[in-house]
Design a protein around this ligand. Structure first.
Ligand code: AKG
Ligand code: FE2
Length: 296
């Protein structure tokens, strides 16, 4: 997983776990071979920062298209002047992503990669953190790794007021390019381990979603306006520190088409029990309806 940047580029690693800052390239003039190099660097470092790019909305969208198909964000409203593929978060309107997550994992095919343009940020505060999900998996004990490899989890868009949008993904997925295992549950969208009872699931998910945020797997980045950041959603989570005063605005394009596959096939079946009308069965209802959808 190592790569050499082109001669004029300079790469500075930002933490032991993940992340690098790249200088010496102007992204609005990137050639296909530059894009290939950026992809290789992204596989190596999982998150890349390109300071002083100051891209326009159109340049941002053009850059994104060089990596694949862009998605209109499924749940958030837009104003008419902005291209549908631009997702904007404005802190003064409540747009602060201050819970650990991988983008849109409630979809069957979540985001492969995200590209953020930092438009406006406070002088201090509002840093973003990333965590390396390869490292999180590797750091689990062997019995915990074995257990996690046999499980899958239900994700939903409850944080976007759409609990009916659900997808099931393996708890340990394989990264399609590096072929390495990744611990793939997040606090924001992951609701339920499919093969466990609700209480067992709560216990394990509580543990895993906190574990992935252990400081030793992370990077914390202090922003300047005009910085472009790219992250690989297939092996990272991120989190914004909600510690600032004043305005903070980001724009993002999202490269779609991730196909999530388990690192290892499992033979376990979903947790299902009799007595579907008992009081406690409400904890299984969402999973039940995902597994037995009513025809529309
Ligand atoms: O505001 C940020 O730094 C990141 C926001 C976020 O979660 C996203 O754009 O996916
Ligand atoms: Fe995000």
């Amino acid at each position: 997983m190592t790569s050499q940047a082109l001669p004029s580029w300079s790469t500075k690693r930002l933490s032991a776990a993940l992340g690098a800052e790249i200088t010496g390239i102007q992204l609005n003039a990137a050639h296909p071979k530059d894009i290939q190099q950026v992809q290789a660097l992204l596989l190596e470092h999982q998150v890349l920062f390109f300071p002083k790019q100051n891209l326009s909305v159109d340049e941002h969208v053009t850059l994104g298209r060089q990596f694949g198909d862009l998605e209109d964000h499924p749940n958030l409203g837009k104003d008419e002047k902005t291209p549908a593929s631009i997702f904007r978060l404005t802190a003064s309107k409540g747009g602060i992503a201050d819970e650990w997550h991988t983008d849109i994992t409630f979809q069957e095919q979540p985001a492969k990669m995200s590209i953020l343009n930092m438009k406006q940020c406070p002088q201090v505060g509002g840093d973003t953190m990333w965590t390396n999900l390869y490292r999180a998996y590797e750091a689990l004990s062997e019995p915990m790794q074995t257990l996690c490899r046999s499980l899958s989890a239900l994700h939903d868009a409850h944080p976007h007021n759409h609990p009916e949008q659900t997808a099931i993904h393996p708890v340990v997925r394989v990264h399609p390019e590096t072929r390495l295992p990744v611990l793939y549950v997040n606090e924001h969208f992951t609701r339920r381990i499919v093969e466990m009872s609700a209480t067992e699931s709560d216990m394990l998910l509580n543990y895993l979603t906190r574990f992935v945020a252990s400081p030793r797997f992370t990077l914390r980045y202090q922003w300047q306006p005009g910085t472009i950041c790219m992250w690989d959603n297939r092996c990272t989570q991120h989190f914004v520190l909600n510690d600032f005063e004043g305005e903070r605005v980001i724009e993002r394009v999202t490269i779609m088409g991730d196909e999530v596959h388990p690192f290892e096939e499992s033979t376990l079946t979903p947790y299902a029990r009799d007595g579907a009308l008992s009081a406690t069965s409400r904890h299984d209802r969402q999973l039940y309806f995902h597994l037995h959808p009513t025809p529309s």
